[in-house]
Design a protein around this ligand. Structure first.
Ligand SMILES: *Cc1c(COP(=O)(O)O)cnc(C)c1O
Length: 379
């Protein structure tokens, strides 16, 4: 089955009791048993829920994986993966990381004796310098936020396999439409379903997809033991959103390309960070491991001041000033004062997050309107 067919059909069957084509919202906590232990595969909804199972199976199919697990948020999924580790274990992670991931690693799991190395992964071989006998996991996020760096997934997997490490890829920015890390040998794919997969800015959810049965069983055990599961109503909304994932992503990519081209030629704009541009430093890797380049990008202004950025940010009409990404509506954000405000100026500037840097999550509106909106704000 091809991707666009899978979004609509994979893992889904008409409801056996009524024939309803849409998976019902099984809003139930428990399931009646005929005799103790004689049940239909469902005992209690933290452990199993039919709406969640349908979504988990669908997500597994989209990532070409065998097992899917849904969590109450992307951070809930991250928390479950980190709980595979024990005191003394070490993780080598991308340095340009989602802020919440950096926070849970450094403020929560570091307290439990787990050590994290945050490193540049542009030269993927550098990972090996940090591998020692305690290393257990490589954590990759690509494309990164907000600089849209692309990390070589196959390169990370090669080092992971050589040293018997678990490789994890946070695939939120790409979505399963643009890249499937399991196909490249990754052990665990993580999504903030809140973003492109849900796609309508109305649900917070996370997911993991895997092929390895032992790891999947460990993570299902953690999911059930710790309890950060997604509710049936949210699973229904995501199942509904997923049916247009391929159509939305197509338009996100088209609009992304057109806006990057517009920005590159604009006299007020400094640098444009979009992996689809041939002069992007990681364009070759992006082309190799992604099917297209998505709708996320950042750009700086020639007048590299907070004031100049504020003028643009407060003068768009269609691009709404908000955190998050991946919804049908276009969003604009200012990393230096929003998502990256807690990082000291000197440090954030080292990674390219300058005062004027603006991040766009390009939505699926008509491109003429989006360009007119940015054009007015830049003027
Ligand atoms: C949003 C996000 C997360 C966290 O997901 P939540 O659903 O907000 O908990 C993790 N990684 C990336 C790349 C994200 O964008």
């Amino acid at each position: 089955m091809k991707f666009g067919t899978k979004t609509i059909h994979a893992g889904l069957e008409p409801d056996p009791s009524t024939g309803a084509i849409m998976t019902p919202i099984f809003q139930t906590s428990t399931y009646v048993q005929a005799a103790p232990g004689d049940h239909k595969g469902y005992e209690y909804s933290r452990t199993q829920n039919p709406t969640r199972s349908a979504l988990q199976n669908n997500l597994a199919a989209l990532e070409n994986g065998k097992f899917g697990l849904c969590f109450s948020s992307g951070m809930g999924a991250t928390d479950a993966v980190a709980k595979l580790l024990k005191p003394g274990d070490e993780v080598i992670s991308t340095n340009d990381l989602y802020g919440g991931t950096y926070r849970i690693f450094t403020k929560i799991f570091a307290n439990y004796g787990i050590k994290f190395h945050f490193i540049h992964m542009e030269n993927i071989g550098d990972i090996e310098k940090y591998v020692n006998k305690n290393t257990k996991m490589i954590w990759v996020e690509t494309p990164t936020n907000p600089m849209l760096n692309i990390i070589d997934i196959a390169g990370a997997v090669a080092i992971g396999k050589k040293h018997n490490l678990i490789t994890v890829v946070d695939n939120t920015f790409a979505s399963p439409y643009l890249q499937n890390p399991l196909d490249m040998g990754v052990d665990i794919v993580l999504h903030s379903v809140t973003k492109y997969i849900g796609g309508h800015s109305d649900v917070v959810m996370g997911a993991l997809v895997l092929n390895d049965e032992t790891l999947a069983a460990q993570l299902a055990f953690i999911q059930n033991s710790c309890g950060a599961v997604s509710g049936p109503q949210d699973c229904f909304l995501v199942l509904r959103g997923i049916k247009t994932l391929h159509l939305r992503m197509q338009r996100h990519c088209e609009n992304g390309k057109a806006i990057a081209a517009f920005l590159v030629n604009h006299p007020m704009v400094g640098n444009v960070y979009y992996p689809g541009l041939t002069n992007h430093p990681n364009h070759a890797i992006a082309k190799k491991q992604m099917r297209d380049f998505g709708g996320m990008m950042s750009f700086s202004l020639k007048d590299n001041s907070i004031d100049a950025a504020m003028k643009v940010l407060s003068n768009t009409q269609l691009f709404s000033l908000a955190e998050s990404l991946g919804g049908v509506e276009s969003l604009i954000g200012h990393p230096a004062t929003m998502t990256h405000a807690s990082i000291p100026k000197e440090e954030r500037e080292k990674s390219g997050v300058t005062d004027s840097l603006i991040r766009l999550s390009v939505g699926v509106e008509d491109i003429e309107d989006l360009i007119e909106d940015l054009s007015n704000a830049l003027a």
